[in-house]
Design a protein around this ligand. Structure first.
Ligand code: NAP
Length: 260
C-alpha cells in the first residue's frame, strides 16, 4: 500500500541519540510516515539520516510551537538524551500549546548491582565535590560542555573522552583527552581504565548500551563510580523501546504494511 503525501503522518523526531537513529531507520521504511529528524548541532559531523533532517535550536518553546504548526507536525517523539532536560521540557510545553501528541522514547537508567561501588550525586557540581580533596586519577565521560565543573578541583588528574577533537583549550589544564565516538565495548574500556591507572569514574546515568561499557568495566575492576542522577523532566507519555514508539505511530512492521 502506498500513501499520497497528504495522507502521510508528519512526525518530528528530536534526536541526538542512538535510539533516535534506530527509530529514524525504522520510520524511513514506512511509506505512511513522513518524519524529520532534528539535531541540536552539538557534534560536528552527525551521521546523515535516511529521512529529512534539520539542525539547530527552534528558539525556545514558542519557536518549537511555531515550527510544529508551520510544518504541520502531527506527532512528536522526543528521543533526546535523558540529560537534555531543557529540550524535553520545551517539547512538553510546545506540544501542549500546539495540541500535538508527544511521546518520549527514554531508555531506562542503569541499575546498581551488588558489589557496585556507586556514589550517587544529584548533579555534576556535587559529583565533582565528591571526588574529595586528595588527588585522584579520574575518568570523565560526560561531554565537553560539562568539564568546567571540574576546574574547581584541579588537584585531580583527569582523563576525558570526547566525541570531537577540542577546538579550544579545555577548562581542565593538564587533562588527557581521548577522542572517540561510541558505542564502546567492555574490553577496550577496561583496557583504557587500566592503562591510564584510573581510580574513579564520573558518569551520568544515561542508560542504554552505547555508553554502558565504562560502567561494566568499572564493575569488573572494582572501581568506584560517581553516578549523576537524571534531571527532572515534566510528566509526559513515555516508552522505553523503539518498537513501542513505532506502535505509538501506528507503524506495522509486516512487509505487507510496508508496501513490500
Ligand atoms: P538541552 O540542554 O536540553 O537543550 C538546550 C537547547 O538546545 C534546547 O533548548 C534547544 O534549543 C536545543 N536543542 C537540544 N536538543 C535539540 C534537538 N534535538 N533539536 C533541536 N534543538 C535542540 O540539550 P543538551 O543536553 O545540550 O543536548 C543537545 C543534544 O545533544 C540533544 O539532541 C541530545 O539528544 C544530544 N545529546 C545530549 C547529551 C547530554 O548528555 N546532554 C548526550 C548525548 C547526546 P531551543 O530552545 O532554541 O529550541
Amino acid at each position: 500500500m502506498t500513501s499520497s503525501p497528504s495522507q502521510r503522518l508528519r512526525v518530528l523526531i528530536l534526536g541526538g541519540t542512538a535510539d533516535a537513529n534506530r527509530l529514524t531507520a525504522a520510520v524511513a521504511k514506512d511509506p505512511r510516515i513522513d518524519a524529520v529528524l532534528s539535531y541540536a548541532g552539538r557534534t560536528e559531523n552527525p551521521t546523515p539520516p535516511p529521512i529529512s533532517w534539520r539542525v539547530g535550536g527552534f528558539g525556545g518553546i514558542d519557536g518549537l510551537a511555531d515550527y510544529l504548526r508551520t510544518e504541520q507536525i502531527a506527532r512528536v517523539i522526543d528521543a533526546t538524551h535523558p540529560f537534555a532536560a531543557q529540550m524535553s521540557a520545551h517539547a512538553v510545553a510546545a506540544c501542549a500549546m500546539a495540541a500535538v501528541p508527544l511521546l518520549a522514547l527514554e531508555r531506562p537508567p542503569w541499575q546498581r548491582v551488588p558489589g557496585d561501588r556507586w556514589i550517587d550525586a544529584n548533579d555534576l557540581a556535587t559529583a565533582a565535590q565528591s571526588l574529595g580533596s586528595a588527588p585522584r586519577r579520574v575518568f570523565l565521560g560526560i561531554g565537553r560542555q560539562h568539564l568546567k565543573m571540574f576546574a574547581a578541583h584541579p588537584q585531580h588528574a583527569y582523563l576525558v573522552r570526547l566525541v570531537d577533537p577540542p577546538r579550544a583549550p579545555l577548562p581542565l589544564p593538564g587533562a588527557e583527552v581521548i577522542v572517540a565516538r561510541g558505542p564502546f565495548d567492555l574490553a577496550s574500556d577496561r583496557a583504557m581504565l587500566t592503562s591510564h591507572r584510573i581510580e574513579i569514574l564520573v558518569a551520568r546515568n544515561a542508560g542504554g548500551d552505547s555508553a554502558s561499557a565504562k560502567i561494566d568495566a568499572a564493575r569488573d575492576l572494582g572501581l568506584p563510580v560517581v553516578m549523576v542522577r537524571r534531571p527532572f523532566i515534566p510528566a509526559r507519555e513515555k516508552v522505553e523501546t523503539v518498537a513501542e514508539a513505532l506502535r505509538w505511530l501506528g507503524h506495522d512492521e509486516t512487509p505487507a504494511a510496508r508496501g513490500v
